[in-house]
Write a protein that binds this ligand. Sequence first.
Ligand SMILES: [Zn+2]
Length: 548
Amino acid sequence: MRFAIVAALAVSVAAQAPAPAADTILVNGHVVTVDRAFSIAQAIAITGGRFTAVGADAAIRKLAGPKTTTIDLRGQTVIPGLADGHLHDAGGGPGVDLSRARSIADILAAVAARVKASRAGDVIVSNSDWHEAQLKEHRLPYRADLDPVSPDNPVVLVRGGHEYILNSAALQKWNITKDTPQASGGRITRDARGELNGELVDRAKALVQLPPAPKLTIDALQEQHRKLNAAGLTSIRYPGASVEQYRLLQDMARRGVLTIRVSQLLRLGADSAEAIRSAIAASGVKPDEGDEWVRIGGMKLGVDGGFEGGWMREPYAEPWGEHGTFRGVNTMQAAAYTEVVRELNRLGWRVATHAVGDAAIDEVLAAYEAANADQSIAGKRWAIEHGFIPQADQFPRIKALDLVISAQNHLYLAGPSLVSYWGAKRAAWTTPVRAYLDRGFVVAGGTDSAVVPYPPLWVIYHFVTRDTISGGVLGADQKISRTQALQIETINNAYLTFEERVKGSIETGKLADLVVLPEDILSCPAKNIEQMAIAMTMVGGKIVYQRP
Ligand SMILES: [Zn+2]
């Protein structure tokens, strides 16, 4: 009897004891929680790396103890940590940097400088993070441009993930001539007179063997992640990388040096059921393994090219359409692709497929439907990566398969190029986020960095305005609201990786990932969203970036 009373007393004392003091409180702010009601708060408490209270200043201040760090936001805006659902890397590297070039002359000057510093025969390679839309000429530099500045050294300009441009010395080095047959899934481009212009697209790039890239290291990844944190990113999804990279990221998590949460899709490059089975077995990786820092998010496949190779139902605009015959590049044909997709479904893997053009989306839907007939994929959050040009007849099929759309702001960068490749109508329809949302799809946003620069605020700006860097507004009917754009960059990305219960909004119990902005992103002039400098980024309650 006595024991029972003591026990009851102990319980009631514990219930009345004040909650342990918060590690950190942020007060005097405009907190855009992105919870279901899109509620606005003033203050936040963080304990043990998670949000432990969200509410009014007075209530949150009561949670401070003697060791609590108090951050006075001085009226600044707080949003959940931003995510990028499709980010390869942050750009940069040892190649010739063309990211700041604004004209063909700038590109040639950068190449000429490297030639001067090189020995005879050295192969000169550029970084991939540039696009011709940033050049005042709005066109690629070609072989004829490159030859005068590098008559002897082979030059390979790498542009994004789908394209090389070679000078004559490089074409010669790899024996590429007018007689070289067109590879399936690739393209060796010619100019109006039928001469090679030096451009190799998709699988034609395999004709060239570049010097090996420097080995990826923890230092290099940390440096990239610091840049991403400074842009407001707290979560990224690598859309297809190696097992080695995944192991490196796990090592970083163990050492406590990761400053960004990572979901990685594996890309194993297998063309048959048997090849994918053995590649998975060799990887030692299990579907969806991992934790809140590093996790496996499925398997990445691809069926078409990019800006200059997206596979379309209708031909490209002339002259790219080559008299109505060129519809883009099919990089993995239906039979092999479908076989791999069905096998992955049998093995319990979910699939995310790069598909840009409507014909590519047709191929993806047919394969996903075949897999779904074997064993339902609904609720498993399979994805279409990019989904630039969906057609009305495809929406009900996407709905039936319960797919997530992983969409990026390519149009922001490449608008004028897309108008010339695909014509004004298709360019304006590129990545129709409004259409996707109106039909009830979950859209997760990103950049495809380093194809498009990584700032997530540029994604929000582009999606709410449809403005582009150098081509004006394209597809104004596809504008979405700021609240929708914020959801796309936060909670929808968490949904894509099955983590909407642990992150993506500022709610009690969730991981304390947040960004502080100097202005109210919901009401400031739209152009300010593009120009805004991040004030602070927190991941798991720790400051990973603070504006100096
Ligand atoms: Zn990509």
